[in-house]
Write a protein that binds this ligand. Structure first.
Ligand SMILES: Nc1nc2c(c(=O)[nH]1)N[C@H]1C(S)=C(S)[C@@H](COP(=O)(O)O)O[C@H]1N2
Ligand SMILES: [Mo]
Length: 326
């Protein structure tokens, strides 16, 4: 399949055939999916919990300008699939647990503390964070280390916008994200699957890469709780677990931070966790993936792409042995 390298490094199949009409059509098809998906998700939520249903029904619109530099031609995952098949262990470890248990998560008031190696440490409430930079819609693929992937129209802005505001010192070489761990709201914390709170991290140059998205919404609306409301990361070239949900603290550090999955199983989950079809998980291959929504009985799996197709990030790792730094 001929691949065309866009300036942003996203490989698009058959690019010569891509016209503005195609982009419009793909947008229209996911707008249709939203309409259908919202109804579907609604009825499912209604079955599981009245509060969750009320919350979803009141989902707030979040305005954003589509950024044409970040589009993939793959069909978007339905809203229903994206919001009912989730990993958010604080709410339980089954895929349906987050939608069933996160309905009452209190996302206001909410603050994010920005600390550590910065000249301007600050604690921002979610509404000022929302206004910090213009909201963009970006269609990203996200692939879970478990071997499934989705295509989602996220809303947010590059994390670099926030990083520039707080002025990291010369000592800042890493960024650590800490997410909410509240026993009263999160039944999953009772299970010792991970060390709580869930923590993740990036090297500074990864965090500054424009693809690294601080996200507040999806499908034209604010994030549903199960998707990481009110603010999460989306790092499309890394396995899904690097994209921390419901962030309460961002800390700039001199040394590489510990991360939740690495603490739980260091041999299986490295610090970098870039999507890499050539580096298998110790217990399974990473060469292919199942696109959620496409998993019919006869559906062939998709080949997993290096960096999930986001080749523009390759320069961040030049000279590094990605088998060693997995
Ligand atoms: N706080 C927190 N963030 C998290 C997780 C989690 O359990 N807790 N799971 C991660 C994993 S394993 C994946 S695949 C993605 C899933 O995001 P999604 O449910 O929106 O698709 O969230 C990531 N962020
Ligand atoms: Mo994941």
């Amino acid at each position: 399949m001929p691949l065309y390298r866009r300036p942003n490094g996203i490989d698009l199949p058959f690019s010569s055939e891509i016209t503005p009409q195609d982009i419009f059509e793909s947008r229209r098809s996911f707008i249709k999916q939203i309409a259908v998906g919202a109804v579907g998700a609604g009825s499912l939520l209604q079955l599981s919990s009245g509060e969750a249903w009320a919350q979803a029904a009141g989902a707030q619109k979040l305005a954003a300008k589509a950024n044409p530099a970040y589009v993939v031609m793959d069909k978007a995952t339905s809203y229903k699939d994206a919001t009912t098949y989730n990993n958010f262990y604080e709410f339980g470890s089954d895929k349906s647990d987050p939608v069933e248990n996160a309905g009452n998560l209190k996302t206001r008031p909410w603050t994010v503390a920005i600390e550590g190696e910065v000249k301007k440490p600050m604690t921002l409430d979610i509404d000022s964070l929302l206004k910090l930079a213009p909201m963009e819609e970006r269609i990203y693929r996200l692939r879970c280390v478990e071997g499934w992937s989705m295509v989602i129209p996220w809303i947010g802005y590059s994390l670099s916008e926030l990083i520039k505001k707080v002025e990291p010192t010369g000592n800042a070489r890493y960024v650590e994200f800490t997410t909410l761990a509240d026993n009263r709201q999160m039944p999953g914390l009772r299970a010792p699957v991970l060390e709580w709170p869930y923590v993740e991290g990036l090297r500074m140059d990864e965090a500054m890469h424009p693809l690294a998205l601080l996200s507040f919404g999806m499908y034209g609306q604010v994030l549903p709780n199960q998707s990481g409301a009110p603010v999460r990361m989306v790092l499309p070239w890394k396995y899904g677990f690097k994209s921390a949900k419901s962030i309460v603290k961002i800390r700039f550090l001199k040394d590489q931070p510990r991360t939740a999955w690495n603490i739980a199983a260091a041999r299986e989950y490295g610090f970098y966790s870039n999507v890499n079809p050539d580096v298998d998980h110790p217990r399974w291959s990473q060469a292919t993936e199942r696109r959620i929504g496409e998993d019919g009985f006869f559906t062939k799996k998709r080949k997993t792409l290096m960096f999930n197709g986001y080749n523009d990030v390759a320069s961040l790792y030049s000279g590094m042995d990605l088998k060693k730094y997995f």
